[in-house]
Write a protein that binds this ligand. Structure first.
Ligand SMILES: [Zn+2]
Length: 360
């Protein structure tokens, strides 16, 4: 099973120059082949790859040799994936990469070209870059590394490595999980796992930084500083969410053997909600991450995730008498038949567990 580790990098000036060269060359390769494939209607990765070798050996473009060779190959692979997503209608047509887009490249592990030390990481072409991380990984388990320059000006490497599977003790317990817009995770033991208060706190900070940015003169040095500060706050929020999702899903797989969840169509769920665009984006990515991380953790720790029919009306059925009525926006479920009054998401989570047990 593969796992990921994010590492903050502190490259020196010389290394920053090399990074810029690699970012630039991978972007050049991507754009060159995007253009080539449009003009020649040739979308075959193997053809591109052969042509790339020719480019590296031709006098005009032999500067490409300065870059990490895996970074260039992976740039072609990304283009190939972008095209296959486009042709199977999962994504829009690939577009040219611009300098102000996110800068990143991926390199692969071979013959100890990537190694982690106490306070540094060896990366191809860069040598040892100062870094911070808090996990012990065996160097020969590293699969690849993606190096990024974030909008906040921070350099980061994401390492993918092979992790041993660990089994968690069986507890004999099952749980129903209701994934919701507001509380994100609600379980039938009436726990919610991600605190709205903290998210509100970060959102307020973002608003404050945005306001400050709007008062700065466009492209001035203060504006630039403030822009980075805002990007850092966004980054903090993303890390915070991810960290909480990891904690919540770990707690759930530790406590339960079988986890029932609705087979949600996240886009469809959110399309029915009146939400601001950025909130929708955040929720799509958070709910998506919860599902993938939970799936992955169940596999990793020897637990089971079972998805139940997405058309089962979990939030509109009374968990006591089984009758249904249409709850509107209210957070409280008040059953008109048996007079039950219960938190709406809690009611849904109980239904999901009962439905899951009955139908599996
Ligand atoms: Zn009832």
């Amino acid at each position: 099973m593969q796992k990921g580790l994010k590492i903050r990098l502190y490259p020196d000036n010389k290394q920053i120059n090399i990074l810029n060269i690699i970012f630039g060359h991978t972007r050049f390769v991507y754009n060159y082949f995007l253009n080539y494939s449009k003009e020649n209607k040739d979308y075959k990765y193997t053809n591109w790859s052969r042509l790339l070798t020719e480019l590296k050996n031709s006098e005009e473009t032999n500067f490409l040799k300065e870059a990490d060779k895996f970074a260039l190959q992976n740039s072609l692979k990304n283009l190939s994936i972008a095209y296959s997503n486009f042709f199977s209608k999962r994504a829009k047509e690939p577009v040219f990469k611009k300098k102000h887009n996110l800068q990143s490249y991926r390199t692969n592990y071979t013959n100890k070209n990537i190694e982690l030390y106490d306070k540094g990481i060896k990366l191809p072409k860069l040598g040892i870059v100062k870094c911070k991380y808090n996990k012990n990984i065996k160097n020969n388990k590293i699969v690849n590394a993606t190096v990024k320059l974030l909008k906040s000006g921070i350099y980061e490497a994401s390492i993918i490595y092979e992790a041993e599977t660990e089994m968690l003790l069986k507890t004999g317990n099952s749980v129903g999980i209701d994934l919701r817009v507001k509380k994100l995770i609600k379980t039938n033991d009436n726990n919610k796992y991600i605190s709205e208060l903290d998210i509100d706190r970060i959102n307020n900070k973002i608003k404050k930084e945005q306001k400050k940015l709007s008062r700065c003169k466009l492209h001035s040095s203060n504006w630039n500083k403030q822009r980075k500060k805002l990007a850092k706050t966004y980054q903090y929020k993303e890390n915070y969410m991810l960290d909480n999702i990891h904690k919540a899903t770990k707690a759930i797989v530790t406590k339960y053997d079988i986890i029932y969840m609705e087979d949600l169509d996240i886009k469809d769920l959110l399309s029915k909600q009146k939400l601001k665009k950025h909130k929708k984006k955040m929720l799509t990515s958070s709910l998506g991450k919860i599902t993938t991380i939970l799936e992955y953790k169940c596999k990793h720790y020897g637990k089971e995730l079972k998805k139940i029919d997405r058309y089962y009306a979990s939030s509109q059925t009374c968990s006591v008498c089984g009758k249904t009525y249409k709850v509107l926006a209210s957070e409280i479920y008040k059953c008109p038949h048996c007079k039950l009054i219960i938190d709406r998401d809690y009611n849904a989570a109980i239904n999901i567990l009962n439905y899951g047990i009955a139908h599996n």
